[in-house]
Ligand binder design. Structure first.
Ligand SMILES: NC(=O)c1ccc[n+]([C@@H]2O[C@H](COP(=O)([O-])OP(=O)(O)OC[C@H]3O[C@@H](n4cnc5c(N)ncnc54)[C@H](O)[C@@H]3O)[C@@H](O)[C@H]2O)c1
Ligand SMILES: O=P(O)(O)OC[C@H](O)CO
Length: 325
């Protein structure tokens, strides 16, 4: 039984995961980079920046990222920062992370390496015990204890799977030993959430929405069929569940980005907005990854072209439905 768990990232998902697992372990230490967040968690049992109305469990404490001893004392560490930060952080905390159970909840693809988060973590730490957690899990709903399903991607080691399952025992879990495929589901669903937002910014009827949604899911499944060893991945939480949650619900940052770009409310500098739009960072990599497998992804290319400012949604949206698989 793990008694002390570290969570790197004091943002929405880091705080939500900390709240969930704190009911199952002795202590959770959240590592953040803002003193005011660390203070608010330690003084008021509350992350005032992300969940001002949520009372955090008393066994959740916070430390600044530089507290190496604090991290070294943790038996398992969950990495809950934006994918663009994962390599930097894991490289900087290499000594403290080596030899521990590590779980990534980040949904992104490194460019130009095309590596997933678990692959980056393995690069930097050499740890064999790495798992990913991915599914229809809006952080605010997780934080408030609502039911959520998720897929644990982990290699075949039964003790790793048992340890991670216990940590995330508040969730309804399914499992895959193809960790890369699980992670790529999280990358793909963000891209199609942006695309569905773009589509819905032009077409507002139900038939139009679900016609496009089906085309997105078909393109996603063609890709997964080519790369996934897990032939059951299509019905797992990381795939069907998270694809639908993110593409259909306006709470999704990725879907909202697509809507805003489609309605010309934002232009490219949105990346500097500080909001974690994971799909916009990974779309180019997923297209290249597909090309490496001789797979064409017209909808992903549509998303990339519009985000790159090459054309606008109204001009290209009809064309994409004729090219979609
Ligand atoms: N928010 C959700 O609903 C949700 C659900 C599942 C998975 N995720 C994934 O979790 C990851 C984190 O996203 P989020 O939603 O929590 O983002 P967020 O923007 O809410 O929080 C990110 C946090 O990481 C911190 N951070 C960034 N760089 C850092 C660094 N170098 N050192 C320490 N802290 C750093 C930021 O200060 C911020 O507090 C993403 O890959 C996202 O896709 C998010
Ligand atoms: O807000 P989004 O679009 O990053 O989605 C958050 C989670 O990935 C949903 O599972």
């Amino acid at each position: 039984m793990i008694s002390k768990v570290g969570v790197i990232g004091a943002g929405s998902m880091g705080t939500a995961v900390a709240q969930s697992i704190s009911r199952r372990v002795g202590e959770v230490i959240v590592f953040g980079r803002r003193q005011e967040i660390v203070d608010s968690i330690n003084t008021d049992n509350c992350n005032k920046r992300y969940f001002p109305g949520l009372r955090l469990n008393p066994n959740i404490h916070a430390r600044l990222m530089g507290d190496r001893q604090g991290l070294a004392d943790c038996e398992a560490v969950i990495i809950a920062v934006p994918s663009s930060e994962v390599r930097f952080i894991v490289n900087a905390t290499h000594d403290e992370l080596t030899g521990k159970f590590l779980v990534t909840v980040a949904k992104g693809l490194e460019y130009p390496s095309l590596k997933t988060m678990s692959e980056i973590i393995r690069d930097e730490t050499g740890n064999p015990d790495i798992a990913c957690f991915s599914g229809p899990t809006f952080a605010d709903e997780v934080a408030y204890g609502h039911i959520a399903g998720a897929t644990i991607g982990a290699g075949g080691d039964p003790s790793l799977r048992a340890t991670i399952s216990n940590l995330f025992g508040e969730f309804i879990l399914d499992f895959s030993d193809d960790i890369r495929a699980v992670e790529l589901c999280g990358v793909l669903k963000n891209v199609y959430a942006i695309g569905t937002g773009m589509w819905d910014s032009v077409y507002g009827n139900h038939n139009e929405h679900y016609t496009f949604l089906n085309m997105c899911y078909k393109e996603m499944c063609i890709f997964l069929r080519a790369i996934s060893r897990d032939k059951g991945i299509f019905t797992k939480f990381c795939c069907f569940g998270d694809f639908n949650l993110t593409a259909n619900v306006d709470k999704s940052r990725n879907r909202t980005l697509g809507l805003m770009v489609g309605k010309k409310i934002v232009k490219t500098p949105y990346l500097e907005s500080g909001v974690t739009f994971e799909g916009s960072r990974s779309v180019k990599g997923i297209i290249e990854l597909a090309e490496n497998h001789s797979i064409d992804m017209p909808i992903a290319r549509f998303v990339y072209d519009v985000l790159s400012g090459n054309n606008n949604v109204r001009e290209s949206v009809d064309g994409v439905i004729r090219k979609a698989p």
